[in-house]
Ligand binder design. Structure first.
Ligand code: NAD
Length: 260
């Protein structure tokens, strides 16, 4: 695979970058020339696999471990990032050009079945962790940088079966609006990319052919999204071509809203 070079000389951090959408984003940004920090929580082998794939493609990457959703997670992530970056490239400064808040979990339960522990945990991973990662990350982002958070189509359509999940992503979208205004003087853009049903391990029910068919039919293209479909949109938002796009919610759903 060739690199287009449009991210040459830039550094990116992709949370949850070892698998699914995050893996596709990590590989895509690396193909474009970025040095990519592939963040992971527990699965070091998956992160190493993604780093190896990037290296095989001719790119540069290193893994960064930090469990999210636990106290002090943002501090742990940034100190791991500093340590691994210095180990990978002793000459590199601590700066960052692209931050992709991708790590997330789902909670397929209607309101009656959501416990306080469930609620606290999903907000801790999907909302609190990105908030404090950004709080500590803003000063590291270079002027002209990019912040992209992975939201969901579920914030614009009612899905009672995943109500708490949708709430976590709606909060992330508001963070996008506030930071887009705050960081505009530094030409940093802040956007949200919202996938629809995408073929990853987050949704084990996709292995059921009937559910698969029903979710595929939600898109006007009658298929599930592939991680690369989302990664390509994120790569555009991360590029110079999207310098005039900020504070936006970008639909990457295969048109799920069109038939509603
Ligand atoms: P995935 O489960 O394959 O990937 C999620 C990533 O987040 C993994 O790398 C995982 O290790 C990481 N992660 C989760 N909890 C973590 C924790 N506590 N600490 C550290 N890392 C953690 O699923 P995916 O579909 O690739 O999800 C990526 C993002 O896309 C998520 O934010 C998800 O909500 C969003 N999304 C997915 C879909 C879909 O249908 N797949 C639809 C809309 C939005």
């Amino acid at each position: 695979m060739t690199t287009t070079g449009r991210q040459q000389g830039r550094t990116a951090l992709v949370t949850g970058g070892s698998r699914g959408i995050g893996r596709a984003v990590s590989r895509r940004l690396a193909r474009e020339g970025a040095l990519v920090a592939v963040h992971y929580g527990h699965d070091a082998a998956a992160a190493e696999r993604t780093v190896k794939e990037i290296e095989t493609d001719g790119g540069r990457a290193f893994a960064v471990r930090a469990e999210l959703g636990v106290p002090g997670d943002a501090a742990t992530l940034w100190s791991a990032f500093d340590r691994e970056l210095a180990a990978y490239d002793a000459g590199a400064g601590p700066g960052l050009d692209i931050l992709v808040n991708n790590a997330g979990i789902t909670l397929p339960r209607p309101i009656e079945q959501v416990t306080e522990e469930d609620y606290d945990h999903i907000f801790a991973v999907n909302t609190k962790a990105p908030f404090f990662i950004l709080q500590r990350g803003i000063s590291r982002l270079r002027d002209g940088g990019r912040i992209i958070s992975v939201s969901s189509a579920a914030t614009r359509v009612a899905y009672p079966a995943i109500v708490a999940y949708s709430m976590t992503k709606a909060a992330l979208e508001h963070l996008t609006l506030s930071l887009a205004l705050q960081l505009a003087p530094r030409s940093i853009t802040v956007n949200t990319v919202a996938p629809g049903f995408t073929e990853t391990e987050i949704n084990p029910t996709l292995r059921n052919p009937q559910i698969r068919q029903a979710l595929s039919a939600a898109s006007v293209f009658n298929r599930l999204g592939a991680p690369a479909d989302i990664a390509d949109v994120i790569a555009f938002v991360a590029s110079d071509d999207a310098r005039w796009v900020t504070g936006q919610w970008l639909d990457a759903t295969g048109g799920v809203h069109l038939g509603l």
